[in-house]
Write a protein that binds this ligand. Structure first.
Ligand SMILES: [Zn+2]
Length: 478
């Protein structure tokens, strides 16, 4: 089956053909590290991670680049407000990103380049754009001249004349046209700066992505991802910069995820409530949050609320029950024997599992339809539960053990069920520190101190340990 991918630029699904056979170059616009990551950021990175994992599952070698914008107006403003160097802010929130990315099972990129590590290459690309006539220097700033790039607006399908009418030149800017955007900004008093042919200054926002994408992935990349909110102007600017500089097509498939619709007053960005991922994982297990973020097609807008998360928790809980029941039935059984020699009911059951696996791939091949793929994993779980309650057959243990492995394997393709798939560790085999926390949590639960119990659960999750409270006691998985 061919993989088809929707491309925002061509506004249609296209058969996926990489530039280099067997290899995929994928660029993901990363965070501006100015604040704690919120769930909208993490949605984009979970979607990118899901696409990457599926490409790897299909056998592609994926080079995945996700940058950090580590110098920018907001970072500088925050640094000034706190009276610290901008690097303190950038490093703090870079760390925060990795902390929550790990919790949400987002794999590390092949490279996480930073803007400030690429100033030399940024200056080189700006010089090339000036010498080719696409950019001009004015008052220590350098601007990209939109009028020189007739394809501007083709990604976002925006009308340039209308945009121009709505835009304005800010005080202190020296643009020829209000839509021209800054490639280089002259340093103001007290701002961090680098030396350049145009005097002391720092890069504009979009230039770093063009530079890093070319440096790590070549002139044309297969996939470029990010939230829909980046289409204009950021990605439009990236195309204008890269295609003017190289003369080549910049991106073959633009994959933009739909945005989160925060439902309810308490979730508004301005009040900050229930929006930072830090707060969300205090209430909901990271596995549940990731499940929820992948439970719609990545291009659809998503409603985000406690109710929706609670539904996801229930679904993950049902899957946990299936794991539990099969594990209890299997005991210490170790799978042996071949699935090719199955007969009767065993063969019938295994055939159903394989059919569902095929449908899982079919859903993912259709523009990474994770919602459809998740539904197929649950269909396997449904078959497992039915077969579990069926009369004993010669291959029942073998097929159920293999079916459980299949659920784990397909879950792993989406980065799901991390907390269910891990090995169960006996309390006495846990590291001292972990064991102590598990015992403290048991005490808190006994005293009905749910807040403390939840805090400890989150702490253990960040250490890679997942808890399941069963009637006979708490089970810990790594
Ligand atoms: Zn970008």
């Amino acid at each position: 089956m061919d993989l088809v991918v929707y491309d925002t630029f061509d506004a249609k699904k296209k058969k996926f053909v990489p530039v280099r056979e067997g290899h995929v170059g994928m660029y993901m616009c990363g965070m501006t590290v100015q604040d704690r990551p919120h769930v909208g950021h993490m949605l984009a990175f979970v979607c990118g991670d899901m696409i990457r994992r599926y490409l790897e599952y299909k056998g592609f070698e994926v080079t995945y680049i996700q940058n950090f914008t580590d110098v920018d107006d907001k970072i500088i403003a925050r640094a000034n407000a706190e009276g610290v160097d901008y690097r303190v802010i950038a490093e703090r929130y870079t760390k925060e990103y990795f902390k929550y990315a790990d919790m949400l099972n987002i794999k590390r990129a092949s490279v996480h380049p930073k803007a400030t590590d690429h100033i030399k290459e940024i200056i080189e690309m700006i010089e090339a754009l000036i010498s080719k006539g696409f950019a001009y220097e004015a008052g220590g700033d350098v601007y990209y001249e939109i009028a020189k790039f007739p394809r501007y607006g083709m990604l976002s399908k925006k009308n340039i004349d209308e945009l121009k009418a709505g835009a304005r030149v800010e005080v202190g800017e020296h643009k020829r046209s209000p839509l021209d955007f800054a490639l280089w900004k002259a340093a103001k008093e007290g701002e961090p700066y680098w030396e350049s042919p145009w005097g002391k200054g720092r890069p504009g926002w979009s230039i770093e992505c063009s530079v890093m994408s070319t440096k790590y992935l070549g002139e044309t990349v297969d996939i470029h991802g990010g939230g829909e909110d980046l289409i204009f102007p950021h990605h439009e600017n990236e195309i204008a910069q890269s295609e003017a500089a190289t003369g080549k097509k910049f991106v073959n498939y633009w994959t933009h995820n739909g945005l989160l619709n925060l439902v309810g007053e308490k979730m508004s960005k301005s009040t900050g409530h229930f929006f930072a991922i830090e707060d969300i994982v205090k209430e909901f297990e990271p596995d549940v949050v990731r499940f929820y973020l992948l439970s719609s097609h990545y291009r659809s807008p998503m409603e985000f609320s406690r109710e929706r998360l609670a539904e996801s928790r229930a679904a993950v809980g049902r899957m946990a029950n299936t794991f539990r029941s099969v594990e209890a039935y299997l005991g210490d059984y170790k799978p042996k024997g071949s699935l090719d020699e199955l007969t009767g009911k065993d063969a019938e059951f295994w055939k159903k599992v394989q059919e569902r696996e095929g449908l899982f791939r079919k859903a993912m091949d259709d523009d990474f339809n994770s919602a459809g793929a998740i539904a197929q994993i649950f269909e396997i779980a449904r078959e497992v539960n039915l077969f579990l309650s069926a009369p004993e057959t010669p291959g029942k243990k073998l097929t159920l053990a293999r079916a459980l492995e299949k659920i784990k394997e397909l879950g792993e393709v989406l980065g799901l069920f991390k907390s269910l798939g891990g090995e169960i560790i006996r309390l006495e085999d846990l590291p001292q520190e972990v064991r102590q926390l598990v015992e403290e949590r048991a005490k808190a639960r006994k005293a009905k101190d749910w807040a403390t119990a939840d805090t400890i659960r989150t702490q253990l999750a960040s250490m890679g340990y997942h808890l399941e409270d069963r009637p006979e006691g708490t089970v810990v998985r790594k």
